[in-house]
Structure formats: structure tokens, C-alpha cells
Design a protein. Structure first.
Lengths: 82, 283
């Protein structure tokens, strides 16, 4: 799966997230560019990233920064002890 | 759609405009073309990783914001940037990390290895491999669970508190907390390695002891002279006492390791609780 994420780094929250099938890579890339151009025109300083993972869970595990509230990180930390 | 390959000069001039913040819409399109030119190399690397049983999460394209910031932060040209495309693998522990790194080094013998475990970058510990496919570098990040967790806290700290934290900036107190946490993870992982060595030696010693016991039982059937039997018994007692000593030492190692793991969790908990409070205030 491919995930297109618009992230507001200044407050640490996701603005939008959209997923695509692996076969839709070109579409995902085009969408990424379209969002970036739109943000540029509006003068909005957000980060736009394209990530690929076998599942949403796998993505959350490796890129918690985008998704998790910090309490989720805490739970994950506690999970290390389980 | 990639029409023509960009020359290094074109790429670097684009990098200069991004660095200066003077980029135009056509620059963003040009950068998009450049990023997409890494697609085939990225896919080749991910295919190899999956064949190895790894579960990578790929970053098909480094964000424009991250590229521009890196160009401003480091004396590097855009054409030299090695992490335009890459992927990340998180494994359970440092032992799995070492096994995976060894196998990937065999898969990508020309890859550049950057081991930040013994020499952390502002507390960041991980192994990065830069594999090059058809002239395109692809970064493979390999992290243990705890290294990854630390990195996530550091990243989140940069988002919520100060964007320079990841690169050694931010307040002294927060930097110290992150450094302390990183050192604690390193100490825990060192204990994981020691335990692995201890377990291996324990298994070998147990096997040797079992062999001795069998040989001793066999010899006793042959009515050995008393003095030889006594020597054998003494050797057997020595082995048994060494075995007990080994077991006690290993038990202590495991106890120390458990305490370090708890310490890691406590430090992380403290960091996250504080970050949560800051984030709420910001929103």
C-alpha cells in the first residue's frame, strides 16, 4: 500500500492521509505533486510525504511520528516490557 | 513523467534555489521528476529486502521541506544527497539487527555502511546502509525496536518543541534527557549482546559437561583404580561448581538487563509525559 500524507510539522499533526494500491503508484505520485503545488500557491508550509508499507499497521510501527499521539508512543514503550 | 535525465549541474542549481527558498512551481515539478528517477533503484532494493524476509517501509520520496532543510543544514549538494529515496526496517533487538546487517552487506557488497550505534549522531543510534543501484543511492535504515522508539521521541520532540533538536539543538535540559535516554538504550543493548554470548557459552559448557558425565558413567563400569576414580570425581565436582558459578553470573546479567530495560521505559515515559503537556499547550 502507498500512503500520501500531508503533515503539519509545526504542531505535529496530520492534515490529510490518503492510501493507494501498489498498482496506483503513478497516481499517488501525481497526487503528491498536486498537493505540494497547491500548498505552494497558498503559501502553506506543510510536509508532503509518500510512504509505502505492507499494511497500515506496518506503517504505524515504522513511522509513528506522523500518526501517533504521544500517548500512543508511551503505550508502545510500555509494550517493550510486555 | 520523466522526459530527460537531469544533469548534475541542473540538479545542483535546483538545490541552490530550494536552499535559498526561491523555488518556483516549475522547480517543484523538476524536483518531482528527479525524485521519480530513483523509483527503479528503490524497487530493486525493496525487492531484495523482502526476499530476505524483512518488512521494510519505504519512503518513495523525501519531502521537499526535508530536502530544503537538509541543504541549508549541511554543506551538501542536491546531487550528493543519499536519502532521496529509502526505506526503514525495525527489528526486535540488536541481535536481529546485527544478523540483518550482515546479510544485507552480503546482498549489497558495495554499499556504504554507517553504524551510528557506537558513535551516535546527537543521540541517534541505528545502522544505515547506502546501496547504489544504477548510480542511484538508496538509504536503508535498520533499527532495533528501542533505537526506533528513541528516534521517534526525538523526531516528535523536534516537531513539538524545536526543529533543531534532532541535530543537537534545543534546550540543554531536553538534549541532556534525550542523550541520557540514548545512552541507557545503548547500555541495555550491550547487556543483550552479553547475554547472547553467555547463553551460547552456557550451551557449549552444558554439552561438554554432559559428555563428561557420560564418559564418567562408562568408566565406572570398568572398575577403575580408586585413585583414578577419585581424580574423576574431583574433576566432576570442579565442573559442577563452575557450572553453578556460570549460572549465577548469567542470572545476574539477566537481572541487570531487566533493570536497564525498566530504566529505559521509565526515562521514555518521563520524556513522553512532558512532551504531551507541551503539545497540548501548543494546540
Amino acid at each position: 500500500m502507498i500512503f500520501l500524507i500531508e503533515y503539519n510539522r509545526s504542531i505535529g499533526v496530520i492534515v490529510t492521509v490518503r492510501d493507494f494500491d501498489d498498482s496506483q503508484r503513478r497516481e499517488a505520485e501525481e497526487s503528491r505533486l498536486a498537493i505540494e503545488l497547491d500548498l505552494n500557491r497558498k503559501g502553506i508550509d506543510h510536509e508532503v510525504v509518500l510512504l509505502e508499507a505492507v499494511s497500515k499497521d506496518a506503517l504505524h510501527r515504522t513511522h509513528q511520528r506522523y500518526f501517533a499521539d504521544l500517548t500512543a508512543l508511551l503505550k508502545s514503550a510500555a509494550g517493550q516490557d510486555e | 513523467m520523466i522526459k530527460n535525465a537531469l544533469s548534475n549541474t541542473q540538479i545542483d542549481l535546483l538545490g541552490n534555489r530550494l536552499k535559498g527558498g526561491s523555488h518556483t512551481e516549475s522547480d517543484l515539478r523538476l524536483l518531482d521528476d528527479y525524485r521519480r528517477s530513483f523509483g527503479a533503484a528503490y524497487e530493486a532494493v525493496v525487492r531484495t529486502l523482502r526476499q530476505r524476509g524483512a518488512v521494510p517501509t519505504g519512503r518513495l520520496a523525501k519531502s521537499t521541506k526535508s530536502i530544503a532543510e537538509k541543504l541549508r543544514r549541511e554543506s551538501i549538494r542536491l546531487s550528493q544527497m543519499q536519502d532521496i529515496a529509502g526505506c526503514r526496517i525495525v527489528v526486535e533487538n540488536i541481535l536481529d539487527q546485527e544478523k540483518l546487517v550482515a546479510s544485507l552487506k552480503a546482498d549489497f557488497p558495495e554499499a556504504i555502511l554507517i553504524d551510528r550505534r557506537d558513535n551516535p549522531s546527537h543521540g541517534y543510534r541505528a545502522v544505515h546502509l547506502i546501496a547504489e543501484i544504477s548510480g542511484k543511492p538508496i538509504e536503508i535504515q535498520i533499527r532495533s525496536s528501542l533505537q526506533h522508539l528513541w528516534a521517534e521521541v526525538s523526531e516528535k520532540s523536534s516537531d513539538v518543541l524545536d526543529p533543531t533538536i534532532k541535530y543537537g539543538g534545543g534546550s540543554d535540559s531536553w538534549r541532556e534527557r534525550l542523550t541520557k535516554k540514548s545512552q541507557s538504550v545503548a547500555a541495555y543493548e550491550e547487556s543483550e549482546k552479553k547475554i547472547a554470548v553467555a547463553v551460547a557459552s552456557e550451551e557449549a559448557a552444558d554439552a561438554a559437561y554432559k559428555k563428561f558425565e557420560n564418559a564418567y558413567a562408562e568408566l565406572r563400569k570398568h572398575h577403575l583404580p580408586d585413585h583414578e576414580l577419585q581424580e574423576m570425581q574431583k574433576a566432576r565436582e570442579d565442573l559442577m561448581s563452575k557450572k553453578k558459578l556460570r549460572e549465577r553470573t548469567h542470572q545476574k546479567l539477566r537481572g541487570d538487563s531487566e533493570r536497564l530495560r525498566k530504566k529505559n521505559t521509565d526515562l521514555l515515559t518521563e520524556a513522553i509525559t512532558w512532551l504531551d503537556r507541551q503539545k497540548r499547550q501548543k494546540q
